[in-house]
Design a protein around this ligand. Structure first.
Ligand code: GDP
Ligand code: MG
Length: 370
């Protein structure tokens, strides 16, 4: 966690505490055995003993950790839930995402040309739902490994003719590790060999028990191909959202996460981001990963130009200096100069930690070598 006492450091280095204290004094650090040393001092100290130490910076610490979400209750308003779809290969994730997108009954925006921006919104009963439209675990795990928490709930798709498979279990584990509510979509119920009850039975082994069997997991039978049960699935998502009361403060500078980004030949760096807090405006100065910029053009998933975007809204933006990475945190600053200086600092920190990783031994190695 970045800090250790002199005593702990001595133990790690297989030295007597007195030796370590002596060395510290020579380094100009007056220390007692219970004093906490910061990571830089520990690194220097190890160097004095002829060992180099890798500093592993946990990803979270490299995020915009100085910003706490400490909004007053009265500033929070309800926001659309953000949903991911996971499940075993060929169980119908892509088909389901496409079918849901077409079910889209967004009144005001109907007729817009839908485009792929990494996520999309649908509206049902005048309520919005945001779907991350990159199925599969890769995007999800990549983002989580970066410490990015972008989803509120997971739909686990299980094909009714195939049942629980290895990646189904993986998906369940991911969702549980992230503490996300799970809705099970039993898909392909149109197929002759479909046996939805068998899926339910199998999932009880993973603590996913349907309500009619005394559990609290929502199961919905669907056919992505024949578009059966989709509305019920969307209604269940809204139900889970209502229970969990997802909220955010729209009246502050925007923060969010990069879902994907690329270099476009004509438009330059393009990023698809999910706004999670605050409201993003055209013209806002921001940092995304190590890149900075100013929002030039902002486009919705329906291809509409937007002037502003509130919590849970996926948008595509241009105006970046470079291409950020998927899972990079995104944050608006008061002006471009501030944004640039933060981006520069982050770039330096990243280079340093890369150097550390490449050229030094780890603390584990230390144990082996001494
Ligand atoms: P993914 O790998 O989970 O994204 O699965 P896909 O969406 O690519 O679907 C795999 C195959 O199953 C495709 O051939 C789909 O047409 C088919 N499929 C998906 N959903 C259904 C369904 O509800 N019924 C039937 N009969 N086939 C489906
Ligand atoms: Mg697919």
């Amino acid at each position: 966690r970045g800090e250790m006492t002199v005593g702990e450091t001595a133990k790690l280095l297989h030295k007597d505490a007195s030796e370590v204290i002596k060395k510290l004094i020579l380094m100009g650090v007056m220390a007692t055995i219970n004093q906490e040393l910061d990571i830089d001092t520990i690194q220097l100290l190890a160097g004095e003993f002829g060992v180099e130490v890798e500093v592993k910076i946990p990803v979270e610490e490299d995020r915009f950790e100085t910003v706490e979400e400490n909004d007053a209750e009265e500033d929070l308003v309800s926001r659309p839930p953000v949903v991911t779809i996971m499940g075993h290969v060929d169980h119908g994730k892509t088909t389901l995402l496409d079918a849901i997108r077409k079910t889209n009954v967004t009144g005001g925006e109907a007729g817009g040309i839908t485009q792929h921006i990494g996520a999309y919104q649908v509206e049902i009963n005048h309520k919005k739902i945001t779907f991350l439209d990159t199925p599969g675990h890769e995007a999800f795990t990549a983002m989580r490994a970066r410490g990015a928490q972008v989803t509120d709930m997971t739909i686990i798709v299980v094909a009714a003719d195939d049942g629980v498979m290895p990646q189904t279990v993986e998906a369940i584990n991911h969702a549980k590790a992230a503490g996300l509510p799970i809705i099970v979509a039993v898909n392909k119920i149109d197929k002759p060999g479909a046996d939805p009850d068998r899926v339910k039975q199998e999932l009880t082994n993973y603590e996913l028990v349907p309500e009619e069997w005394g559990g609290d997991t929502i199961f919905v039978n669907v056919s992505a191909k024949q578009r059966i049960g989709l509305e019920e699935l969307l209604e269940m998502i809204l139900l889970v959202a209502e229970v969990n009361e997802y909220k955010a403060n729209p009246n502050k500078r925007a923060r969010g996460t990069v879902i994907e980004a690329e270099l476009d030949k004509s438009r330059g760096p393009v990023a698809r981001i999910l706004v999670q807090h605050g409201t993003l405006h055209v013209g806002d100065a921001f940092v995304a990963g190590n890149c900075f910029g100013r929002i030039r053009v902002m486009v919705s998933d329906k291809g509409r130009r937007l002037k502003e975007a509130g919590p849970s809204t996926p948008v595509e933006i241009t105006g970046l200096t470079e291409v950020p990475g998927a899972g990079d945190p995104f944050m608006v600053f008061e002006d471009e100069r501030k944004a640039r200086s933060i981006a520069d600092k982050r770039a330096i920190t990243q280079r340093q930690s890369e150097l550390n990783t490449n050229s030094r031994v780890t603390l584990d190695d230390l144990f082996k070598h001494i």
